[in-house]
Design a protein around this ligand. Structure first.
Ligand code: PRX
Length: 653
């Protein structure tokens, strides 16, 4: 429900009629096509102007923007700024080792990007080819993304915490021709052998012709027949590479994300619409002004890194921070020491990190000068009230607007967020609040009818297309239509629920499907189940998400075992943990395993996860309707097993 307390901004300003923000808001509501037409012309550099603003039909999942136009994304992110201010700092790479930051100017980033683009071309990467990037946050990783954009190749960045098998699955699905990686990553003082993981992954990926290996550390790694030393090759290449003119609707990148069923899906974003939306939201949601240092601490392996570390800030000519470390390395003051040293103006992070940090002494924040901060932002999962208050009052000293930004891999950029760029805007704690320009949120009831009025909750849809939205799922357009446009025909369904307050502000209430959010990482419970089910002694499993005070949610696995003696149960559980880590990633390993004899099912054989979730959360007295169960005695069994598990757990602690 909407929070009561109103936070008044540090310097409340009277609404200024006719201000730029007001003008844009007014036009975006009155004439959305004209709005997008004018911002696209004003903000992007086109090789060829577009002829038609949009051609969309949400019923068929047909989304096309700026048709007939041609442009190059890397030219918009680099060449445009190099022409005006070549020595402006583009990247501030906050390396894992504190105090060793590296500055990269726009001129340098363009040169590196061109050398990398020429290297890819020399090794046969062509327009339309897919390239996987498995790298830590670093200037070379950003250059790799931009180099793909420059030559018209399609990048798919895979978070460098994913396992070899997860990486291979993505490379296979995308049929990547090349992989760009590093010998090692460095995080929290530890090294991670990325190249070894890539070696394992590419063994099962015949599409890969080359693996380009950059060096983050001195460590020498064995090089095989596909492998190429990236920096050595780049040194041989020219620092100029003409940008390939791309159609607005050519693919720019794909990014794999989890759905409620099936394998991760390759969400496709295209050139012009995505770039425009990332840049516009970057400016207005965070109230970015030229000269600001923008600090988004997300990894480039997620969409937040794509839109607000790389494309949005660079398109706007900003100085963008690349944060390689963790919030607690070498101590819990790391973020704020970085804010002080780099003079960060906008700080954008995840609630899970805030919840972790607020457990430590406030002095870890207070001892650093945070006077550069102007806007704080939160993303990826609901931010609870306590975390919001701490972030706002302790980190921001009650002076900076804190924007809770709601969006998704599929939306390309922020869709609902308070907007401090608006004169006199008010911000309520822990609420995403207001749609961005051109976004039309709608709430739907169970029968698929729109819920009008305020003080209501429903399924969150967006009812008008916008340029930043995903275009398809790679290789499976029907899945795209089924997942997003079928549930409420003519509307984009987000998978989230939302509440619209009395004032008409939106608050996200969480996923309505079997997708969970672990430390801001989105994961389908079905993916974890698939991994567990591969164990020969496990005929059946069900995974649900339960709340966790730091991670937001954690997976809880109910496991049915074949007849094995109780002594080997713990061994099977250890094997199950290893299976999930190997098939997905370490963060996906369930925190809880409960061995049960049977799972509660409906008469048609569907596992009742809703009931399991309640039991796992200790709410077995409030199970709701269980009349559709095939055999209600199963529930009693599961409750007893869970009570026993909990009592053992509490003894352990
Ligand atoms: O459930 C919502 C949650 O994260 C999901 C999208 O995850 P992903 O595609 O990985 O993108 C995360 C970064 C944009 C959403 O469906 N989510 C994201 N932001 C918020 C949120 N839930 C509540 N409040 C938010 N601000």
């Amino acid at each position: 429900r909407a929070a009561r307390c109103r936070v008044v901004l540090a310097r409340p300003r009277a609404p200024v009629p006719g201000s730029k923000w007001q003008e844009l808001r007014e036009l975006s509501e009155r004439a959305p096509e004209r709005f997008w037409d004018s911002v696209a012309k004003e903000r992007l550099l086109w090789n060829k102007p577009f002829e038609q603003v949009a051609d969309c039909d949400m019923r068929q999942g047909k989304i096309r923007w700026f048709l007939g136009g041609q442009l190059n994304v890397s030219a918009n992110c680099l060449d445009v700024h190099v022409a005006r201010a070549p020595e402006r700092v583009a990247l501030l790479w906050e390396r894992d080792e504190p105090g060793s930051e590296v500055k990269v100017t726009y001129r340098e980033l363009l040169e590196t990007t061109c050398r990398l683009a020429n290297t890819l071309k020399r090794h046969g990467v062509r327009k339309g080819d897919r390239v996987a990037i498995y790298m830590p946050v670093s200037p070379i990783a950003v250059a790799a993304m931009l180099a793909c954009a420059r030559i018209g190749a399609v990048h798919t960045v895979v978070f460098a915490g994913f396992s070899a098998e997860a990486l291979a699955g993505r490379i296979e699905d995308a049929q990547c021709k090349a992989v760009i990686t590093c010998n090692q990553g460095v995080r929290g003082g530890r090294t991670i052998n990325l190249k070894t993981t890539v070696d394992t992954a590419v063994k099962s990926c015949p599409s890969v012709r080359n693996v380009f290996v950059a060096h983050r550390t001195e460590c020498k790694v064995p090089m095989g027949p596909l492998d190429i030393f990236l920096e050595e090759e780049m040194a041989k290449e020219s620092t100029s590479c003409p940008p390939e003119p791309m159609e607005s609707e050519d693919m720019l990148f794909m990014l794999y994300t989890s759905g409620s069923t099936g394998k991760p899906k390759g969400i496709v974003h295209t050139q012009a619409g995505y770039l425009l939306y990332a840049a516009l939201t970057h400016q207005y949601v965070f109230d970015y002004h030229p000269g600001d240092v923008f600090g988004c601490v997300a990894d480039i392996g997620w969409v937040t890194g794509h839109s607000y570390v790389v494309y949005g800030p660079l398109c706007n000519g900003a100085t963008t921070v690349l944060f390689e470390s963790t919030p607690v390395y070498p101590n819990p003051g790391r973020y704020w020491e970085t804010v002080q040293r780099l003079g960060i103006n906008q700080f954008y992070g995840a609630p899970t990190a805030i919840r972790l940090l607020l457990k430590y002494d406030e002095n870890w924040v207070k001892k650093y000068d945070r006077s550069s901060l102007k806007t704080l932002g939160s993303v990826g999962e609901p931010i609870n009230r306590e975390a919001w208050e701490w972030f706002y009052h302790v980190v921001g000293d009650g002076k900076c607007p804190l924007v809770d930004t709601w969006w998704q891999t599929e939306t390309g950029g922020v869709c609902i967020a308070p907007q401090p760029a608006e004169d006199g805007a008010e911000i309520l704690p822990a609420m995403a609040m207001r749609p961005f320009f051109g976004i039309q949120p709608t709430l739907m009831d169970e029968k698929g009818k729109e819920i009008r009025g305020n003080d209501v909750s429903g399924a969150l849809c967006i009812s008008q297309t916008w340029p930043g939205m995903a275009r398809t799922i790679y290789g499976d357009h029907q899945r795209f239509v089924d997942a997003y446009f079928k549930p409420y025909p003519g509307h984009y369904f987000t998978g989230d629920g939302a509440y619209r307050s009395k004032e008409g502000y939106y608050q996200i209430t969480g996923r309505m499907d079997d997708v969970i959010n672990i430390s801001g990482h989105r994961l389908g419970t079905a993916e974890i189940e698939d991994a567990l089910d591969e164990h020969p002694d496990v005929p059946e499993t069900a995974v649900v998400g339960i709340p966790h005070d730091v991670k937001g949610e954690v997976p809880f696995a109910f496991v049915v075992l074949k007849e094995v003696g109780s002594s080997s149960q713990s061994q099977v559980i250890e094997e199950l943990k290893s299976l999930v880590a190997a098939k997905i990633a370490k963060y996906a390993v369930p925190d809880h395993f409960l061995v049960v004899k049977r799972l509660p099912k409906t008469r048609s054989g569907k596992i009742m996860r809703r009931i399991l979730r309640k039991v796992a959360m200790g709410q077995s007295s409030d199970l709701g309707d269980i009349s559709t169960l095939d055999d209600p005695s199963v529930v009693t069994e599961v409750i007893q097993a869970c009570d026993h598990y909990r009592s053992l757990e509490s003894k352990k602690n």
